[in-house]
Design a protein around this ligand. Structure first.
Ligand SMILES: Nc1ncnc2c1ncn2[C@@H]1O[C@H](COP(=O)(O)OP(=O)(O)O)[C@@H](O)[C@H]1O
Ligand SMILES: O=C(OP(=O)(O)O)[C@H](O)COP(=O)(O)O
Length: 409
């Protein structure tokens, strides 16, 4: 396995520049607390308690969107989680930022303004070009080391992620380290027993990518969600109706041929739902066996309880289970049966387990499960998919190069 340096390798009393991913949901201008804060708080607290001088970089939203905000609120939320004061300066690398950085004492923590507020950050460029930007050239000399903890942004080639490793000795933070180890386990690790992958969610291309990339590592794919219905359609069942949604026909039109061939080539490895749930006339959950469906007239919002009963023993007999995507609209309790049933089955076993994929991990908190019952709950969306499908994560490649002494030290 490729390796990078971690906080265990960081010399004492450093001036450290740390990249976090605090990109969060925003409601009416208010940043919503979420796992990214509690996870990164551990890295921040460890660095502060070790007596380093800590400056943090992070981003929020994209320019032009409602979620594109200052990081002032993030500093307060992070302070609550880290148990150390996180000061904030509304500047990325100008005079105010430099003055605040130079003012840091041992154990102090400072959050710089949203990296995406400097024009140097966002263009997807090669690390060498980013390393020559004013942003990187101005900030780097103020520090002894760079720590990248932003695993969930590691697929982006932005200045704060790929520019600094060319200028400073670089280390992985605790979030980067644990996410990397867990999410690459399926590709890197030999499991003695069966490996099961639960795939669902709304994005057909993610599911196709995962099934194509991992069919030699995974013994059984259990399908659900929108993606599961598209595979059921390929198997000849009249499902995947867009009622007030745009999830099915568009994705079917764009991916029909691939879905059919992925299913044909892996028919023995793939388990499809045998029943599905929908909203009945009285508003209550109702279920139907897919074999009883005659025409495509209604939308389904969850796998059925018969399917859950088939999936649970497969999970129980597995050595490792990976989850990508929800099996139904779990945000509505009536349609949480599939996602919660599968997650509870995983929590009840001793198998190695990783749960990830955009929203899916939210179901764990929403339905009172404990994160401790899973080996790893990922806070990454796009980066998790790339790790599963073996696509490169440029920011991690640079941490490895830095550790191998190929670049700045
Ligand atoms: N049958 C379905 N119809 C509509 N939405 C669904 C269905 N099944 C799952 N979902 C939605 O998929 C979302 C979960 O997607 P997620 O796990 O983040 O994967 P993805 O990244 O593919 O969206 C949930 O918010 C859930 O409501
Ligand atoms: O939240 C993020 O990615 P994710 O939505 O794939 O989890 C990262 O912060 C990357 O953000 P971006 O997709 O605006 O570059």
């Amino acid at each position: 396995m490729s390796t990078f340096r971690t906080l265990d390798d960081l010399p004492a009393e450093q001036r450290v520049l740390v990249r976090l991913d605090l990109n969060s949901p925003v409601e009416d201008g208010v940043v919503q607390d979420n796992r990214r804060f509690s996870r990164h708080a551990e890295t921040v607290a460890e660095l502060a308690e070790a007596g380093h001088r800590v400056a943090l970089m992070a981003h929020q939203g994209r320019p032009g969107r409602d979620t594109f905000l200052s990081l002032e609120q993030h500093a307060d939320i992070l302070t609550e989680h880290a148990g150390v004061d996180v000061d904030f300066v509304a500047d990325t690398f100008g005079d105010d930022a430099l003055a605040a950085v130079r003012d840091l004492d041992a154990g102090d923590v400072l959050l710089l303004e949203n990296t995406r507020m400097t024009d140097d950050e966002l263009p997807e460029k090669e690390p060498e070009e980013h390393a020559d930007s004013d942003f990187v050239e101005t900030l780097a000399p103020e520090f002894d080391a760079y720590v990248n903890d932003a695993y969930s942004a590691a697929h982006r080639k932005h200045a704060s992620l790929v520019g600094f490793p060319l200028r400073l000795p670089s280390y992985a933070g605790r979030v980067m380290q644990t996410e990397y180890e867990a999410n690459t386990a399926i590709a890197e690790r030999e499991f003695d027993g069966d490996v099961t992958m639960v795939v669902g969610g709304t994005k057909a291309t993610d599911v196709i990518g995962v099934m194509e990339a991992l069919d030699e590592k995974v013994d059984r794919f259990l399908l659900g969600g929108v993606a599961g219905e598209l595979f059921l359609r390929a198997a000849g069942y009249p499902v995947g109706e867009d009622v007030e949604t745009d999830l099915f026909d568009g994705q079917w039109g764009a991916n029909e041929e691939t879905i059919r061939s992925v299913l044909d080539e892996r028919r023995d490895q793939v388990t499809l739902a045998t029943d599905l749930a929908f909203e009945g006339a009285d508003g209550a959950r109702d279920e139907v066996a897919v074999g009883d469906l005659i025409e495509k007239t209604q939308s389904f919002l969850d796998i059925g309880s018969g399917t859950v009963a088939e999936y649970v023993p497969v999970i129980r007999d597995s050595e490792a289970v990976f989850v990508k995507g929800a099996l139904g609209v779990f945000e509505d309790e009536r349609f949480s049966v599939g996602t919660v049933g599968v997650l509870e089955a995983i929590a009840d076993t001793d198998c190695f387990s990783v749960v990830g994929g955009g929203d899916t991990s939210r179901a764990i908190t929403m339905y009172g499960m404990s994160e401790d019952d899973f080996s790893h709950v990922s806070i990454a969306g796009g980066a998790y998919i790339r790790a599963l499908t073996g696509e490169p994560l440029p920011a991690i490649e640079l941490l490895v190069s830095s550790a191998e002494g190929e670049i700045a030290d």
